[in-house]
Design a protein around this ligand. Structure first.
Ligand code: AR6
Length: 172
C-alpha cells in the first residue's frame, strides 16, 4: 500500500472498487450531463440506485473541472461528489489544468461539507484517455495541498497498472 503520512493524516493508494468504500464521500468521474454513463460512473449509479439519477437530473449538468454533490443513497458513503474530468486531446487543450480543477473543486466541496474521509477514482484515465502517469502527478500535487484538512484521502485504483503508477508517484 502506498502511504504518504504527515502526523495522522494520510493519502492512501489502494486497489479496489470505489463503490465499496466506506468513506464519508466518494468522487465520481462523471460526464458533463451528470446523468450517468459507463466505467466508474455506471458502477456508482447502479449501486446507489435510481434516486441518484433523480437528484442528478435537478443539477443541470456540470462543467468540466467543476464539481457538484449529491447524497450517496444505497452506497456506504453519505455523499457523492461528481466531477467531469477532461477528455485527453493531446495535451495542448488545457487538459492538465482541467484535471487539476476536478481534484481541487472536489476537495473544496468536501471541505465545505465538513467531510473528513474521501475516496477518488483515477479521474479521466479510462474512457477519457488521460495519460496515467501525468494524472498521478496531478492527483499527488492537489492531494498534498489538501491533506491537512482530511483524515484520510484514498485513491482507489481499479486495475494493477493504475495502482502501480499511483503508488510509484506517491513514493517519489
Ligand atoms: N471503482 C474504481 N475505479 C473504477 C471503477 C470502480 N468501480 N470502475 C472503473 N474504474 P472511467 P473517465 C476506473 O472510464 O476516463 C463514463 O462513461 C477505470 O479503470 O470510468 O473519467 C462517464 O460517464 C479508470 O482507471 O472515467 C464519462 O462519460 C478510472 O476508473 C466517462 O466515462 C476512470 O475511468 C469518463 O471517463
Amino acid at each position: 500500500m502506498g502511504i504518504n503520512k504527515i502526523g495522522d493524516k494520510m493519502i492512501k493508494i489502494i486497489k479496489g472498487d470505489i463503490t465499496n468504500q466506506e468513506t464519508q464521500a466518494i468522487v465520481n468521474a462523471a460526464n458533463t450531463t451528470l446523468l450517468g454513463g459507463g466505467g466508474v460512473d455506471g458502477a456508482i449509479h447502479r449501486k446507489a440506485g435510481k434516486e441518484l439519477l433523480e437528484e442528478c437530473k435537478k443539477l443541470n449538468g456540470c462543467k468540466t473541472g467543476e464539481a457538484k454533490i449529491t447524497k450517496g443513497y444505497n452506497l456506504r458513503s453519505e455523499y457523492i461528489i461528481h466531477t467531469p474530468g477532461p477528455v485527453w486531446k493531446g495535451g495542448d487543450k488545457g487538459e492538465s489544468k482541467l484535471l487539476e480543477n476536478s481534484y481541487r473543486n472536489s476537495f473544496k466541496l468536501a471541505k465545505e461539507y465538513n467531510i473528513k474521509t474521501i475516496s477518488f477514482p483515477s479521474i479521466s484515465t479510462g474512457v477519457y484517455r488521460f495519460p496515467k502517469e501525468l494524472a498521478a502527478k496531478i492527483f499527488k500535487k492537489v492531494a498534498l495541498e489538501f491533506q491537512e484538512s482530511f483524515e484520510t484521502i484514498y485513491m482507489v485504483c481499479f486495475d494493477n497498472q493504475t495502482y502501480d503508477i499511483y503508488k510509484r508517484e506517491m513514493e517519489k
